[in-house]
Design a protein around this ligand. Structure first.
Ligand code: ATP
Ligand code: MG
Length: 487
């Protein structure tokens, strides 16, 4: 039986005696039998009740255990004491209220201790509260009691998401799951794939093609992903040269002049840019420009040949039923990665602003590896306004800017044990520090605590579904690889 012990602000303490099958993360309902109101609370911690005399009793029973033949329980209170000893205390957080069966935000009501009844909220009732429309939802996992969780597409559309947790807990897996479902429902997505682990999403585990095979377009910069200078535009070139390659402002002015001159003559090619730079009279400027220009050329990301160049508009046209460009950033150096991302963010902004691209979902793995300082704010404000909806995925929560935590709509939190990591995640306005601290530490692999709009602001522990696609997230094992080779 469960009873209210204390209510203090947002926290309810519940005594459970004898113990019931209630775990951290579970939801309970406090119903008042006299009114039609109830409180929805979530267990975030559990422990023993601190009853006076228990310590003494424990000590006495352990010191007298060996005395045989002596009746140590003449009053036969032992079984009663044992029940008290096992009584549990749950620390719970108030997550919502029900008034005549309807969800209400008014959680200021205090249920009477004497007439309130407590019971576990079953999955079916919980799922009803999430206000999901199953047919529109993305199927992502199950609750402990087996209830299927599908998240409303509107809670992802237009939103800013963070997927975080320590290494190997299942972050990229969830990101792939969301990606596949968005694509299958017509969404246009871009993935910054730093580990080259999304490029095979069009394949099943046994190398067959999935039904969405044609919708995943892997692009490897410098290889099958090249762009012409005209298409990239002066802005991208200048920003790359100045911000990524450190070109001084005076030389940037000279480059701008050269570019505009060639453009006027309709002769904007890499070769002509190269010759024009070599003809600059000031040696210092010439040298500064040449060095940067050569490192751009060396990436092989730029070409004059339109027949091999990628045009994003054309790729987007292929994705009219939904699709994803997987930008393979694996094995390319940090500057090159930044160049590619600079180009893509700039182009995507243009497409969203001027070209009829309605919206794009961006999946950014370990964004601190390529996202320039000034872009963090841009991504959460200006670009979001234009229709770019980003999901950041990282195992280092401190690598994501504060502004992202403040603006995030949803956080998918996997296991963390490190104090510092947890502290950073709890900066997000949507959750209290205690919940994050206690629940996140105990999440098993492939389970995540979902926070935010995604589940109608009810924090829930969800076991993420597996995938039939080839995910490539598997850690290579020396011995299992050995076995495969031998056979
Ligand atoms: N819900 C799940 N069901 C089945 N397998 C899973 C699930 N989630 C993750 N995995 C598997 O667990 C492994 C690690 O998952 P994943 O690559 O997503 O971890 P991660 O959190 O992204 O790790 P890292 O921080 O190293 O990037 C992978 O082999 C993946 O296929
Ligand atoms: Mg990962």
């Amino acid at each position: 039986m469960m009873q209210i012990y204390k209510i203090d602000a947002n926290t309810v303490q519940v005594i459970c005696c004898p113990p019931e099958d209630v775990n951290r993360g579970d939801y309970l309902l406090i119903e008042d039998v006299n009114s039609e109101r109830s409180l929805i609370i979530q267990v975030i911690n559990s422990g023993y009740v601190n009853v006076p005399g228990i310590l003494e009793d424990i000590l006495r029973s352990s010191s007298t255990e060996k005395l045989e033949g002596v009746d140590l329980d003449p009053l036969e209170v032992k079984s009663f004491v044992n029940i008290i000893k096992d009584a549990e205390l749950f620390t719970c957080k108030i997550r919502g209220a029900l008034n005549k069966g309807k969800l209400s935000n008014n959680v200021s009501w205090i249920p009477p201790r004497s007439t309130s009844r407590l019971r576990k909220l079953p999955d079916v009732d919980l799922i009803k509260l999430l206000e999901n429309e199953p047919q529109k939802g993305l199927d992502i996992g199950t609750l402990k009691g087996g209830g299927q969780i599908s998240i409303n597409i509107n809670s992802i559309d237009g939103k800013l998401n963070i997927i975080t947790g320590k290494k190997g807990t299942g972050k990229s897996h969830l990101s792939k799951l969301l990606l596949i479902q968005l694509v299958s429902r017509g969404g246009i997505c871009i993935v910054f794939d730093v580990n080259g682990e999304y490029i095979n999403l069009g394949y099943t585990k046994n190398e067959g093609k999935t039904s969405l095979y044609d919708r995943f377009i892997p692009l490897t910069p410098g290889n099958d992903f090249k762009v012409t200078p005209q298409y990239a535009g002066l802005g991208v070139f200048l920003r790359v040269m100045e911000n990524v390659l450190g070109l001084p402002a005076t030389s940037a002015w000279e480059f701008r002049r050269i570019w505009k001159e060639l453009k006027k003559q309709d002769a904007l090619t890499l070769n002509n840019l190269n010759s024009a730079i070599r003809a600059v009279s000031n040696n210092y400027i010439q040298d500064a420009l040449l060095r940067r220009f050569e490192s751009l050329i060396n990436t092989k990301f730029f070409t004059d040949d339109w027949s091999v160049a990628t045009v994003l508009e054309a790729e987007m046209d292929k994705m009219d039923k939904g699709g994803a460009l997987i930008i393979n950033l694996q094995n390319i150096n940090s500057k090159f990665r930044q160049i590619v991302v600079e180009f893509l963010l700039s182009k995507l902004s243009q497409l969203l602003e001027n070209w009829g691209l309605k919206a794009v979902f961006l999946f950014a793995e370990e964004a601190h590896l390529y996202l320039r300082e000034t872009y963090w704010n841009d991504v959460v404000t200006r670009m979001r306004h234009l229709g770019m909806f980003t999901t950041f995925i990282t195992n280092q929560p401190d690598s994501i800017h504060k502004s992202v935590y403040r603006q995030a709509d949803n956080i998918f939190l996997f296991n963390f044990t490190n104090e510092h990591d947890l502290e950073i995640v709890s900066r997000a306005a949507m959750i209290d520090v205690e919940t994050v601290n206690i629940i996140a530490r105990q999440l098993p692999p492939h389970h995540c605590l979902m926070l935010g709009k995604v589940l109608n602001n009810f924090p829930l522990i969800v076991r993420i579904n597996s995938l039939k696609e080839k995910t490539m997230g598997e850690t290579r094992l020396f011995f299992s690889d050995l076995k495969i080779k031998k056979s």
